[in-house]
Ligand binder design. Sequence first.
Ligand code: TA6
Length: 300
Amino acid sequence: MTNEKLRVYGIPDHLKFREGEGGFPFIVISNRSAKALISMYGAQVLSFRLNDEHEDLLFLSQKSYYDEGKAIRGGIPVCWPWFGADLSDPQRHNHGFVRNTPWTVLGTKAVSDLETRVKLGVMESNKSKALWPYAFALELEISVGKALTLELTTRNTGNDVFSITQALHSYFQVGNIQQVKVLGLENTRYFDKLDQGAQKTQTGGVTVSEEVDRIYTDVKKELIIDDPAFDRRIQISSTGNNTAVVWNPWMETTAKMADLENDDYQRFICVETGNVATDIVQIPPGSESSLQTKIQIIPD
Ligand code: TA6
């Protein structure tokens, strides 16, 4: 999209565009509730900070790449149309291709002084067809207000049924990972990706004192990240999903990742709303399916 075209979507006192890192177009939202930064490359929310909060809700790596073909490390990457490795072809990108694709703006709206919305979209292209042979229209509506809400809608615009897995791979910034507890997953079954996918049952809240990479199944629609070091509780409400992923790479894996500082594992936890593993979404021609996550700070 050219700068001229983008300017039409600007809204005074709410939303503007600027050139971001790597030359990627960024959307800057600022209203009476919050500020947010969104990269049009990947339709990736990079930052969301309430006006009365000191700390961003999202973690964004200072060492992230901003290069075509690579994913931005942090914020909320959109993993689609497959989550994780593509089992049918391990050569293909982890987590699908739309987080590595430029999106376009479909609309912007000032709902009130307190809420701003932007809708981004991407469709099939020759490049996407070489990776995944289907016709689709994918839209992400982002609402920035007292809460941050993301709704990802997949429409099948072709003639063949297709199946997807997907996730809003949210990196939450935390004050001290060792004190963090994820609540709402007690007694929930999960696949432990670090133990060859073994099925286990969660006892108590999820705490992190080593690498954690788990796919929880049949999850509740409300999870909470309790973060005593930042003295806040983040609620994640979701619809359209049966799975949630919890990931922290801990020390050794972080040290191997060039786009993270060695101690960054202390500063984030990924709690991801998704349809992952056995939670496969089938979309017939002409149909659509939506996944939604709403993130907000709640009182103790
Ligand atoms: O969501 C957890 C996970 O699938 C982990 O297995 C880990 O690899 C992480 O995502 C990051 O993946 P990425 O492709 O962004 O490096």
